[in-house]
Design a protein. Structure first.
Length: 230
């Protein structure tokens, strides 16, 4: 029987998308430019709050739309297929990326959710590498095929925060490694059932647990007794 679709798993990413759209609409309607107010300004102590607000602000409609499409797809994979770790991994990637940009980014205002997008893509891909079960590997391959063009974003480009992309990807790899042992219930279905192993081994499994004399006594005990004369 097919599992019923659970929309509740997607409430968090849907809420995040609604928030960044509301912020951008407010910018357009009121005519304010929040990129210089809420963006990440590296190594500026008085702009520390950009660590929390930078990914919420976008420069124009193409910037917002491009990030919306990528975020929607990757967040679906993350929050629907890895619900046990999704929120914690998202927050980890968010803070690691924005803090990294604040520390190491070029002297400019960094805005937009692209660092989060690269972080989620890296997490989804490397989760298959670290967990190595059928389900996680399949998700990794799908993400690799659909989002392979994102590698271009690692190259330095004018007016593009490629530092966010690189740091976000590093954060995603770290999150995948950090949460590699927290398997989802669906992952358990891919694991082989416990039971006796039929593998052949070159040496007995207890080869180094008994002495030669103990093995001699064990063989003698297994020999059949001679028949008794009637």
């Amino acid at each position: 029987m097919a599992k019923q679709f659970d929309l509740r798993r997607l409430y968090f990413p849907m809420g995040f998308l609604a928030l960044i759209w509301a912020i951008h609409l407010y910018q357009v309607l009121v005519g304010v430019e929040w990129g210089y107010m809420l963006g990440i300004k590296p190594l500026a102590p008085h702009r520390w709050f950009g660590i929390f607000t930078g990914p919420l602000v976008h420069g124009d409609w193409p910037h917002l739309l491009n990030n919306t499409v990528s975020f929607a797809g990757l967040s679906f994979f993350l929050f629907y297929l890895y619900p046990r770790i999704a929120r914690r991994a998202f927050v980890m990637i968010y803070l690691m990326t924005t803090t990294g940009v604040w520390l190491f980014g070029k002297d400019a205002f960094h805005i937009g959710a692209s660092g989060l997008i690269y972080g989620m893509a890296a997490l989804l891909f490397w989760m298959g590498i670290f967990r190595r079960n059928i389900r996680s590997v399949a998700i990794s391959l799908v993400v690799l095929v659909l989002y392979s063009g994102m590698f271009y974003g690692f190259l330095p480009q004018a007016h593009i925060s490629y530092e966010s992309h690189i740091i976000g990807a590093i954060a995603g790899v770290f999150a995948a490694y950090y949460y590699k042992e927290e398997h989802e219930p669906e992952d358990m279905a891919d694991s082989p059932e416990p039971g006796p192993s039929h593998r052949r081994y070159f040496l007995p499994r207890d080869a180094f647990e008994k002495t030669k004399y103990e093995r001699y006594l064990e063989r003698q005990s297994r020999r059949p007794s001679p028949p008794n004369d009637a």
